[in-house]
Design a protein around this ligand. Sequence first.
Ligand code: AMP
Ligand code: ZN
Length: 138
Amino acid sequence: MQNQCIFCKIIDGQIPSATIYEDEDFKVIMDISPAAVGHAIMLPKKHFSNLFEMDDNTASRALIVARKVATAMKEELGCDGLNMLQNNGEAAGQTVFHYHIHLIPRMKEDTINLSWQQKSYGDGEAAKIAEAIAKRIL
Ligand code: AMP
Ligand code: ZN
């Protein structure tokens, strides 16, 4: 647990939260400032600042929990879709530096905006970048 981390405090029970799911390793709570009704955030109980710090064991189990909760949300809320969103670093929009996955229920006509302007690659550029990144995969 990190002393100044708000999500560690929630996990520890020092700060209240509306909890949807909890097991030994994860807690899923309602986001306090939701993008939509039912917007949830999934927190590993172990403190990792972001994806880059996360261990393989927690990472592999996270998607199983996310799928279970997302399925229950879809059934209960009757949403048409759901975004799983996960920000790493200030530049990516992260504001709380304890790894978390957003589960955002989506309706066909909602006004939530997660879009970006599409760019394009020059000839061979994508392949070159792919190759350079691939070399670094451990
Ligand atoms: P991010 O910008 O990806 O770091 O997301 C942080 C999220 O945490 C935001 O959507 C906040 O609304 C949410 N949040 C911050 N404090 C609390 C809290 N005490 N309880 C529930 N959600 C929170
Ligand atoms: Zn924390």
